[in-house]
Ligand binder design. Structure first.
Ligand code: NAD
Length: 500
């Protein structure tokens, strides 16, 4: 069957790019399989989408919170009915194992439901007391305008919803630029919004590369908010560009060099399970992947043996296989980056505990990396211990106890997620209070976020403005309103109002 040609959704219509240029998306487990061809958007498409969004804004904003929320409710229902089909597209296009692909879709449904419920709460501000009781003060949250959402490939359905669900319900129009590696997922999302009857221009999807379609949306004078999730290098470019526009704000959610801390008193079964999930789910291609397991040296040998013997039998294979632990790498560059990190660990003199990359690959032409585990003392000058590998590449680093583990955790330029495995609440409390990260877990893996909590990192993992439930201040401007219910003017702070 020929691969479908799928267009952009601009101003309520499916349209090819003005240039009529197209690009392909392929299955990373079977790269000969083309998933579809998609428009390579350029300046005229961007102009059209931005002006449609600005035109749609007043009507959308005037519709009110509760009515807007209904669209997210409808989209959630459509996705629920389509969960299995959508999960199979995620697995085919992103290489995520089918169970992980389903979780991606379920996270998107929950996010749409959350946005729907948020709208039905009907709250978009607060009533605030004043020292002059005859004044009534409140703030209401005004939408900012046109939100540009730029998303990575690794959560191709969930992340667009994290960034767009509340944006829409709070009254903004959205232009989504999905990753060029998962355009079919982006197009499916556009389809659900279209089926839900969202007004033209309120939700649009523009396909294309970062430079060709993403950057011009960021710099366009008539876009107002940029929500970016992806690498720090691109996030920094976005921050610098946004700083040039007085009216624009952005959030950047970027990478990490996360860790699981394993204490002397840890339940070792739990420690091994948490570490395997953290290091290898999605083939290590999560922003919250643990590249480091910081283990109390008193249990390090016991932990190493159990972790390595389990990692030896972790199954890697076709994403459609229900029984494999993880699937494919996204592309050849991802494989090469992982290989470079594995080679660096050897070059930097670490002891290699496991390298399964000489095993036969699950498919001859797919993009695969098998688990790689190494060990050695903490070294801040080591590239592989401090930079994001974005592959199934993990270090076991012995440490002297909780304080040293936390100091090592903090000794990189990142600060996204971390977890501690311990039976001692004092150690957990110490880590919770001292780890420089945005997301902290106790007796859990360092992966596994949900929409109800803020999600974001510190240092080079973000710009300190979280996504998910933490987005509201970015999506809205709180207007401070004061009414005088008296017949005269009474000023606060004892300021005289008499005209003398
Ligand atoms: P990437 O930065 O290469 O691309 C992300 C998106 O940005 C894509 O849509 C891409 O087309 C676009 N883009 C690229 N250059 C651009 C530019 N100059 N202007 C505007 N847009 C541009 O990231 P990726 O390879 O898709 O994803 C992997 C990275 O994402 C990893 O670093 C990972 O840690 C990070 N990530 C972070 C989070 C988080 O929430 N913190 C979540 C998932 C992934």
């Amino acid at each position: 069957m020929a691969a479908p040609q799928v267009q952009n959704l601009i101003n309520g219509h499916w349209k090819a790019a003005g240039s009529d240029a197209w690009f392909e998306s392929r299955n990373p487990a079977h790269p000969a399989e083309v998933i579809g061809t998609f428009p390579q958007s350029g300046p005229e498409d961007i102009e059209e989408a931005v002006s449609s969004a600005n035109r749609a804004f007043e009507g959308w904003r005037a519709m009110g919170l509760v009515k807007r929320a209904e669209y997210l409710g409808r989209v959630a229902r459509l996705m629920e009915e389509d969960t299995e089909a959508l999960a199979r597209i995620v697995a085919r296009e992103a290489g995520k194992q089918i169970n992980e692909a389903r979780a991606d879709v379920v996270e998107a449904i929950h996010t749409a439901q959350y946005a729907f419920a948020f709208g039905h709460l009907g709250q978009y501000g607060r009533v605030i007391g004043d020292e002059v009781p005859t004044k009534r003060c409140y703030e209401f949250l005004e939408p900012r305008g046109v939100v540009v959402a730029i998303t990575p490939w690794n959560f191709p359905v969930a992340l667009p919803f994290w960034l767009t669900g509340l944006s829409l319900v709070l009254g903004n129009c959205v232009i989504l630029k999905p990753s060029e590696y998962t355009p079919m997922c982006g197009a499916k999302i556009a389809g659900y919004f279209e089926q839900a009857g969202i007004p033209a221009g309120v939700f649009q999807v523009l396909q294309g590369t970062g430079e060709g379609a993403g950057a011009p949306l960021v710099s366009h004078p008539k876009t107002h908010v940029v929500l970016f999730t992806g690498s720090y290098e691109v996030g920094l470019k976005i921050k610098l560009e946004v700083a040039r526009h007085a009216h624009k704000v952005c959030t950047i959610e970027t990478g990490g060099k996360n860790a699981v801390l394993i204490m002397e008193d840890a339940n070792l079964d739990m420690a091994v399970t948490a570490s395997l999930l953290s290091a290898f789910k999605t083939a290590g291609q999560r922003c919250v992947t643990a590249g480091r397991l910081l283990v109390d040296s008193r249990v390090a040998d016991r932990f190493k043996d159990r972790f390595v013997s389990t990692a030896r039998r972790v199954t890697v294979g076709d994403p459609m296989d229900e029984n494999v632990f993880y699937g494919a790498m996204i592309n050849q560059q991802g494989v090469e980056k992982g290989r470079r990190f594995n080679a660096t660990a050897k070059k930097e003199g670490f002891e290699i505990l496991l390298d399964r990359n000489s095993e036969p690959p699950p498919t001859p032409d797919g993009y695969w990396l098998k688990p790689f585990v190494y060990t050695g003392p903490w070294r801040k000058d080591s590239v592989c211990l401090t930079e994001e590998a974005f592959s199934p590449h993990v270090a076991i680093v012995p440490v002297g106890g909780v304080e040293e583990a936390v100091a090592v955790y903090n000794d990189t330029k990142y600060g996204l997620s971390g977890s501690i495995i311990t039976e001692d609440y004092r150690k957990a409390k110490y880590a919770e209070e001292h780890m420089q990260c945005g997301i902290f877990y106790w007796n859990l893996p360092c992966i596994g976020a949900g929409v109800r909590m803020p999600f974001g990192g510190v240092k080079q993992s973000g710009n300190l403005i979280p996504s998910a439930a933490g987005l509201i201040p970015v999506l809205t401007h709180p207007k401070a309103v004061t009414h005088n219910l008296d017949t005269k003017i009474v000023m606060a702070q004892g300021l005289k109002a008499e005209i003398t």
